[in-house]
Unconditional design. Structure first.
Length: 291
């Protein structure tokens, strides 16, 4: 098992080393149809090691086919969400591995792809994804947050696209996802070129987060309340809305209108439509069938 929460167990074909370190990612179901994925290296400020990357990939891959999960919450254990990549843990993976430059490059591309995988799978999950950020959110932490649908943070949250300060270009997704999230290329490029820190107020002002809570416990309550609200909606409506939101990221308005006509041509035939209308008229919360 990669991780085990109250009622969820994921199995995956990782190496023995990764399996031995599986506790760096924990997964639980705190509420019906809500799954919480937790970065669990608090002693390392939840910095991303190869095992943590692999654990997240396995967790998200399992969730991608989990029809009972409607909402996925991503958070960090301890005082910080994520302090970025653990340079000590990944250093041996970043050394040239081939007999010449070309072979070393191919080997390095595989390493980078391995580290990119969690964000790629997270961004494509069919569930609604919510990132719960407190304390430090640096480098890979920003990449993970940007891959989620919704971001809430606490007032003490500190963000940074830090890669430039260690001689790298950010390569896990924030450079293309943050402009989509914020709609402000100038601001994102300023952050990427300088590596400077920005706080919760600035993140809210530029639209990177949609809510700031005064402290981490209040943040957790706010995220859980949001997750439960979303999880109470029609699972058909949630899946179709998520699919349409993803499609809209890379298609024109005309293409989107055409696609949603086809999508809703099928989705409007769901029983959830009548149940939602009945619940609205009766002022009672409707109960929907599982997917």
């Amino acid at each position: 098992p990669i991780s085990q929460g109250s009622d969820i167990v994921f199995r995956h074909p990782l190496s023995a080393e990764a399996l031995a370190m599986a506790e760096v990612v924990t997964v639980s179901r705190p509420f019906p149809h809500v799954v919480e994925v937790i970065l669990n290296r608090p002693d390392k400020l939840n910095a991303c090691s190869p095992e943590l990357f692999d654990g997240l990939t396995a967790a998200f891959t399992a969730l991608s086919t989990d029809d009972d999960a409607y909402v996925v919450v991503l958070r960090g254990e301890g005082k910080h969400f994520c302090a970025g990549i653990d340079l000590t843990a990944v250093s041996t993976h970043l050394l040239p591995q081939g007999s010449d430059t070309a072979r070393s490059t191919f080997a390095m591309r595989k390493v980078i792809e391995r580290f990119q995988k969690p964000c790629e799978v997270l961004a494509k999950l069919p569930q609604v994804t919510i990132c719960c950020v407190h304390g430090a959110c640096v480098g890979a932490g920003v990449d993970l947050a940007a891959a989620c649908d919704i971001r809430y943070c606490s007032a003490d949250a500190k963000f940074s696209i830090k890669e430039v300060d260690v001689g790298l270009a950010a390569d896990l997704g924030s450079l293309h996802r943050m402009p989509l999230v914020c709609g402000n290329v100038s601001w994102v490029r300023e952050l990427a070129f300088t590596g400077r820190q920005f706080g919760a107020e600035e993140a809210l002002r530029f639209g990177f987060v949609s809510h700031v809570a005064e402290a981490e416990p209040v943040l957790r309550d706010a995220v859980h309340a949001l997750a439960k609200t979303v999880a109470g909606k029609s699972p058909v409506a949630l899946r179709a809305t998520k699919e349409m939101c993803e499609y809209a990221e890379s298609h024109s308005p005309e293409e989107c209108l055409s696609y949603v006509r086809t999508l809703n041509g099928a989705m409007l035939q769901t029983e959830d439509l009548a149940k939602s209308a009945q619940g609205f008229l009766s002022k009672k919360t409707p109960t929907f069938s599982k997917l």
